[in-house]
Write a protein that binds this ligand. Structure first.
Ligand code: ME8
Length: 519
């Protein structure tokens, strides 16, 4: 694998980030970090979507300019991703000047070649979706099913993109590429939507929407959000209609666009059609994740249950975001909805990260110090009965990531932790020591530590801080590529002293964790 280009959806900046936005960025960061363990060149793009009527109106309601609103909220997103250790390479804002310029050129090219035409139109516009809705998709009461709001009737002369021209070729493409839309069960939904697709409006009258990119050849019209927003995936790399950059040539097509299920239509129908019109290759996968609910109900401002990701870190006094990342990433099988609850969070991370994984390392290192003064002797090395399971887990985890099964992969890692715990229990190194079977005792401990190196590598994408702490105590190079992993990782000689043993994860809400966070 020479390169891996991965993107998230770009978030609207009409509000602050919530844990639904965070879920997507965490999943993407985990996938990106996993691929750094398989490939040297991973490009991870995220950013904010800053134009449109929604932003314009929110800014007006707050008595500030749209640009001020964008600057203020884009910073909140950046700060949140920093707190969550989201290690993106580039953060694009659709108000970036170079993005705006290229979007204008893209629009102009499509207009000149006849893929965009002007047309007078009356339709139902949902501000929440920032798109026109088909009357047949509304609820019985005539509301947008996603936002439960009545769309406004808009009568305008707009520019339209000839989506219908691409209908048959898109249907064929999706049928011939069963892994284009992930999870596969969503492809049928998209194929159904394609059946009655119509040409789509790609501009709005300037008189109604001022906060948008001007159409180059028509100052009365602004380019409407989706053609602007979706283009971020190529403008960020320096795409140009005349002279695309080397970065673009190197990274495009994207390996995966990670998005929520509510915007799948835009990514699997509109975006591929725009790309075909531009004569560019399509992304390899569109991964649509599910929805995060809070205590099983939808997050919404009116219900007052919107949770900010940083408030979770603060309320649990977390030293780093690993526990939250782990919990979110393992909250739902691929493409399904997940749920956040404080209690469940506490229980799960305490059980998996503190009791199972953290304790296992801590106990093993402590016994190594107690019985052998922290030294791994050459005679402790030999056949490791856990090797097959551990190296098998590496392959299973890789396969899961290839299918974007991030929660499923985390379960496999925990299952390896459990098997290793069971091995310790079954072989009771403390009894071996009591019986003075010191070589056997040393072998058991060394076998466990060798496997802990593999576990630290596997858990790294989810919990980079914990993994780094584990690797440090194991004197193991966390940068080892997955394909180079073996079951022989611990060097012989002095490994650790008592004072260097440190719990890698303290139970949340334990007094100790509280104290250490306050320090
Ligand atoms: O849709 N659970 O922006 P957005 C999980 N700007 N994911 C959620 C979620 C929840 N409760 N709420 C939102 C947009 N998301 C456009 C995207 S891309 C070229 C333009 C996800 O701020 C949502 O599915 O409404 C989307 O993928 C992302 O957060 C941004 O949502």
């Amino acid at each position: 694998m020479e390169k891996y280009y991965i993107t998230t959806a770009i978030d609207y900046v009409n509000g602050a980030p919530h844990i639904g936005h965070a879920y997507e960025k965490i999943l993407t960061d985990i996938i990106a970090r996993h691929y750094t363990q398989r490939c040297d060149d991973v490009y991870f793009l995220t950013g904010t979507d800053e134009h449109g009527i929604k932003i314009q109106k929110t800014a007006a309601a707050q008595g500030i300019t749209p640009k001020e609103l964008c600057d203020m909220n884009a910073k909140k997103f950046k700060d949140a991703w920093k707190a969550l250790d989201i290690d993106y390479k580039k953060f694009i804002r659709t108000t970036d000047e170079d993005h705006e310029k290229i979007v204008q050129k893209i629009f102009d090219k499509l207009l000149k070649q006849g893929d965009i035409y002007k047309h007078s139109y009356e339709g139902l516009y949902c501000q929440g979706c920032e798109c026109f809705l088909n009357p047949k998709d509304l609820t019985e009461d005539g509301l947008c099913p996603d936002h439960m709001k009545k769309p406004e009737v808009v009568k305008e002369e707009n520019y339209f993109f000839k989506l219908t021209k691409y209908k048959d070729i898109l249907i064929k493409y999706i049928k011939e590429h069963p892994d284009f839309i992930v999870p596969e069960f969503r492809a049928n939904e998209v194929l159904n939507q394609l059946e009655d697709i119509q040409d789509i409006s790609v501009s709005r009258a300037k008189s109604n929407v001022q906060w948008g990119i001007d159409v180059l050849s028509d100052s009365e019209q602004s380019i409407y959000v989706w053609i602007d927003a979706l283009s971020n995936y190529i403008t960020a790399l320096g795409f140009d209609t005349e002279n695309p950059s080397d970065t673009f040539k190197k990274y495009w097509p994207a390996d995966v666009h990670v998005i929520g299920k509510d915007i799948l239509k835009f990514h699997s129908i509109y975006w591929p059609a725009f790309l075909m019109a531009l004569d560019l290759p399509l992304p390899k996968h569109i991964f649509a994740h599910g929805w995060i609910t809070i205590d099983e109900s939808k997050m919404s401002k009116s219900l007052g249950n919107v949770i900010s990701p940083t408030s979770v870190l603060e309320s649990f006094n977390l030293e780093h975001p690993d526990a939250f990342r782990y919990y979110m990433a393992s909250s739902a099988p691929c493409g399904r909805d997940g749920n956040y609850s404080d209690n469940d969070f506490k229980e799960k991370v305490n059980a998996h990260l503190a009791n199972s994984m953290g304790n296992l390392l801590n106990r093993t290192l402590s016994m190594l110090v107690k019985y052998f003064d922290g030294e791994v002797k050459p005679e402790f090395k030999g056949e490791n009965p856990l090797a097959k399971k551990a190296l098998g887990t590496v392959q299973i985890v890789k396969n899961h990531f290839d299918n974007f099964e991030i929660a499923e992969a985390s379960l496999e890692i925990i299952s390896l932790v459990d098997a290793t715990n069971k091995y310790v229990q079954d072989n009771a190194p403390w009894t071996l020591a009591k019986e003075e079977k010191m070589i056997e005792c040393g072998q058991v401990l060394t076998n466990v530590l060798d496997i802990m190196c593999i576990i630290s590598t596997l858990i790294y994408p989810y919990c980079p801080n914990i993994a780094a702490d584990m690797a440090r105590q194991l004197s193991f190079n966390l940068k080892t590529k997955l394909d180079d992993l073996t079951a022989d990782n611990i060097k012989t000689g002095k490994l650790i002293s008592k004072e260097d043993i440190k719990p890698v994860f303290l139970r949340v809400d334990s007094e100790l964790a509280d104290k250490s966070a306050k320090k």
